[in-house]
Design a protein around this ligand. Sequence first.
Ligand code: HEC
Length: 189
Amino acid sequence: MRYVITIAVFLGVLIVGAALYVWFGVYNIAATEPHWSITSSLIEAVRERSIEVRSEDIQVPNLYDPKFTEAALPHYHEMCRLCHGAPEYPPEEFAAGLYPHAPSMTSGDLQKELSDAEIYWIVKHGIKMTGMPAFGPTHKEEELWGLVALVKEIPKMGLEQYRQQIKEMGLTEDMSHGHSHEESEHEHK
Ligand code: HEC
């Protein structure tokens, strides 16, 4: 019986403590305040395993089919590039303030760590509380797989190849995500 009371008191103190912690705003939610390294390691482990487990059974189509990259390039250029960058198009200024940071697509590191199925899962579902959006609700399957193919391709692409593809599709640097095909006079840099 004594043990039960001790545990109950302990739990009670814990709950009240947690409530006071929240109520007095002790936790600093600012993006400018990094996590402790132990918190970061824990979040990373949770993220990695969560994605690994959920992408295990995903069937990957043949990503070499050019229809995929063609379907994806306008989407990449108008959205992903703003946070992750593209060959010689650095991310937008606001992306520097994201926490966690959006990793570079051009360095090739991310591509070494993630399988095709994992990239697909991330792009489709997004990552909670990070700024990485879910594209599944707004994009077709073909476009999602296209984004995977493009993510794999980007570290190997030079500026010229990337620019040429953008030009061929009638995209310009500043266009909004409306898929308009108007040419603008504005040149990059
Ligand atoms: C508003 C900014 C933003 C946009 C737009 C965005 N992302 Fe992200 N993305 C992030 C952030 C932030 C992370 C890091 C999440 C984390 O650390 O858990 C991320 C993570 C990722 C990752 C996982 C990287 C890793 O190392 O685990 C992939 C893959 C990815 N994004 C692909 C894309 C693609 C493809 C697009 C476009 C369809 C896109 N993102 C658009 C912010 C963005």
